[in-house]
Design a protein around this ligand. Structure first.
Ligand code: NAD
Length: 325
């Protein structure tokens, strides 16, 4: 399995958290990397792209201009955030992301893009399979019959089918990853769009030993978390593979939110009191990835432990806040 991409002209649509890491990696591998985003990534200071277009990708004219002379498109652009955001902005999420995906696919066909990557999500899986903390890990075929628990999940599932239709009718060569809770540096950690790992790292960095921190839900809900470097490696392998069905990229280590808090407390050297806030959304009761197909197709599994990944994330966030960000 090829683990690098070189000598291509690449568009990263959405230079946010995952997009910025992917851009950095592909530029280092010797590619020309164009970033297209509605705004600058506020967290990355390094030189991480060859050129950048700051444009609204809901508009077809902008999608056409950014896909010109491009070999590979990685579409990470989306109006998204953690559970707090996705349960409070359904119409915006569905409208914005549908427009971005429709127009990015259409423009990629018009500009003869060779290969198109779409970033789907574990949120496509049916609610019924995620009612228990000790759930059966979710495998790719579980997505149908469909019943995602959020509008964001429905929109991702629709976009997967859109990709499939563009492959069948226009011959666009597509790859689709279903990401499961990716975390690491350059991610939102406050302001409303943050996800659990970064939100908890930030909260813990802001309190003193012995203080109380607020944890959404009863803390017994389970998830699996994948460090960004593993996600990037898996995604590059998928892009190099011949596999065109949606594929899980994540970790299969299930953990409760309370246990994740304990890990971050150890990293921070603090012992805290958890205050469980049942008024805040906690999403499905349990979620975990079945990586059987992924391991076979990509010869890949995550290498970075949750303890090491959270330490890297915690100290990045701690350092950011000490610098006043
Ligand atoms: N991070 C995860 O755990 C995770 C899990 C599942 C799926 N995903 C998917 O992966 C992709 C990347 O996620 P991320 O965590 O890097 O998110 P992110 O929010 O950091 O990045 C998304 C980027 O899209 C940009 N964007 C939003 N609207 C736009 C518009 N109209 N025009 C141009 N750019 C626009 C944002 O400015 C942002 O930089 C998304 O599609 C997301 O749904 C992420």
């Amino acid at each position: 399995m090829k683990t690098s991409i070189t000598g291509k002209r690449i568009l990263i649509a959405g230079g946010g958290f995952i997009g910025a890491h992917m851009s950095m990696k592909l530029k280092k591998m010797g590619n020309f990397v164009r970033i297209a985003d509605i705004k600058r990534n506020p967290y990355v200071k390094e030189d991480y792209y060859s050129e950048a277009y700051f444009k609204d990708l809901r508009l077809i004219k902008n999608c056409i201009s950014v896909t010109k002379d491009i070999d590979y498109v990685f579409n990470f652009a989306a109006n998204m955030g953690g559970i707090g955001f996705i349960t409070s902005a359904a119409a915006n999420i569905m409208f914005d992301n549908s427009m971005i995906n429709l127009n990015m696919l259409n423009a990629s066909v018009k500009n003869n893009v060779q290969r198109f990557f779409f970033s789907s999500s574990a949120c496509v899986y049916p609610e019924e399979k995620q009612l228990k903390t000790r759930l059966v890990p979710l495998k790719e075929t579980d997505a149908i019959p469909a019943h995602p628990d959020t509008s964001y999940g429905w929109e991702k599932l629709y976009a997967e089918y859109l990709c499939k239709a563009f492959k069948e009718y226009f011959g666009l060569d597509i790859r689709i990853a279903r990401y499961h809770n990716i975390y690491g540096s350059f991610v939102a950690y406050f302001g409303g769009r943050e996800k659990a790992p970064a939100a908890l790292c930030y909260k813990i960095s802001q309190v003193m030993n012995g203080d109380t921190i607020n944890v959404w839900g009863d803390g017994k809900q389970t998830r699996s978390f994948c460090y960004i470097d593993d996600c990037i490696e898996g995604t590059i392998r998928l892009m190099n593979s011949n596999y065109t069905e949606p594929l899980n990229i994540g970790s299969d280590r299930r953990i409760t939110i309370d246990k994740m808090v304990n890990i971050i407390e150890n990293i921070a050297g603090k012992k805290l009191i958890k205050s469980h806030d049942m008024s805040r959304p906690q999403g499905v009761r349990g979620r975990n990835a079945d990586l059987t197909v992924t391991k076979k197709v990509l010869n890949w599994k995550p290498k970075i432990s949750l303890e090491n990944g959270l330490a890297l994330t915690y100290f990045w966030i701690d350092n950011q806040t000490k610098q006043g960000f």
